[in-house]
Design a protein around this ligand. Structure first.
Ligand code: UT7
Length: 329
């Protein structure tokens, strides 16, 4: 490849997968003191998909890649890097990405997991598109997958109503003509890490009795406040990196945390709510999978069309967030 050619990245394929087992609001009513009306009013969620006991994040990711291969004429043999965004890997190591490499027999690729919780998919796109644009790699497989059900405390009504399992995969390829990744924005507030975390070896730092149980603990109000105050500011900064305004965005695809959060961000950012795509109504909050699930639904339903400008925005534990402006197709 001549060094004078500027490489850019574009998304050439997408696929997704959710497990078949459904956990609806009536099921939750039998488990904790809650009800369908409260859950729908406060979150917009009706159902979530839950992995079986022997189904893990890697299995969902593999099915998402298979779905991608079934819908697009792409091949994996020359993938140079696999990045899996997840904070619920099957094992601390080997990484989920290594399991994906082995399953598909991809011969000459790097592979690693990236943990930026619910912002993970946006972080992985940020990384992959930058590596391609820098000429380091020509083809990168990016997957966002999580099995939140494995770490959810089903006796805590303020969290168990939110989470579900799923995965979404995209292929990023080099593109010499038209750049598709138009702007990136990252931001982190580590001081808010105590508001949503998974208990583990160091959870006594927060004085939590769930120490060592590996469960998700959340102060929902604080995370809600973080999202609705800082994400609109981040969107403004992201747009300021381009000559674009909100009117140029065809589809807004935020992390599907809670419908009320999405409504509030839309209102504060001047984005018409009808232009938001989300996956939470029937899949719940699927963390790193929520953005590719929503995007794939939009593509399969024929809403997202070639040439559309997308605003993808992830936010979550860390606290952390990432936004990208991407041209589709
Ligand atoms: O993925 C990124 C990370 N996570 C998020 O983005 C989550 C962000 N936060 C949220 O989505 C919301 O804060 C929740 C859905 C978690 C909670 O909604 P809220 O409107 O912020 O409720 P709240 O925590 O202010 O609680 C209001 C009341 C409380 O009762 P009192 O103290 O007013 O008597 C709660 O105990 O609602 C009660 N409550 C429930 N009632 C019925 C909390 N959970 C439930 C429930 N069913 N499941």
């Amino acid at each position: 490849m001549p060094s004078s050619i500027t490489l850019n990245a574009r998304i050439s394929a997408i696929g997704s997968y959710v497990p078949s087992r459904i956990l609806n609001n009536t099921d939750l009513q039998a488990m904790v003191d809650t009800n369908d009306e409260w859950i729908v009013q406060r979150t917009g969620i009706h159902e979530r998909r839950i992995a079986t006991e022997d189904e893990f994040t890697s299995h969902l990711c593999i099915r998402a890649v298979e779905d991608m291969l079934a819908h697009y004429p792409v091949q994996l043999e020359d993938v140079e890097l696999i990045i899996v965004a997840t904070h619920t890997p099957d094992l601390p190591f080997p990484s989920t990405a290594c399991l994906i490499q082995d399953h598909f027999g991809i011969p000459a690729t790097g592979a690693y997991d990236l943990n930026a919780t619910c912002a993970g998919f946006a972080y992985a796109l940020h990384t992959a598109s930058a590596l391609i644009s820098a000429g380091v790699h020509r083809k990168v497989l990016v997957i966002g997958g999580d099995t939140l059900s494995k770490i959810t405390d089903y006796s805590d009504r303020s969290t168990c109503i939110l989470f579900g399992d799923g995965a979404g995969a995209v292929l990023l390829e080099s593109e010499e003509e038209h750049p598709a990744f138009l702007a990136h924005y990252l931001s982190t507030d580590g001081s808010g890490g105590k508001h949503v975390y998974r208990t583990g070896l160091a959870s006594s730092l927060h004085g939590n009795p769930l120490e060592g149980q590996g469960k998700l603990v959340q102060n929902g109000r604080e995370v809600y406040r973080y999202a609705v105050t800082t994400v609109p500011q981040g969107i403004e900064k992201l747009l300021a990196k381009t000559a674009m305004g909100v009117k140029d965005i065809a589809w807004f695809i935020p992390h599907s945390a809670n419908l009320r959060i999405i409504e509030s961000i839309c209102e504060k950012s001047g984005i018409p709510f009808e232009q938001a795509l989300y996956s939470l109504e029937y899949y719940g909050n699927t963390s790193a999978a929520s953005i590719p699930l929503a995007l794939d639904m939009g593509v399969k339903e024929g809403k997202v069309k070639a040439g559309d400008t997308l605003l993808l925005y992830g936010f979550g534990g860390g606290l952390t967030q990432a936004g990208l402006i991407v041209r589709w197709g």
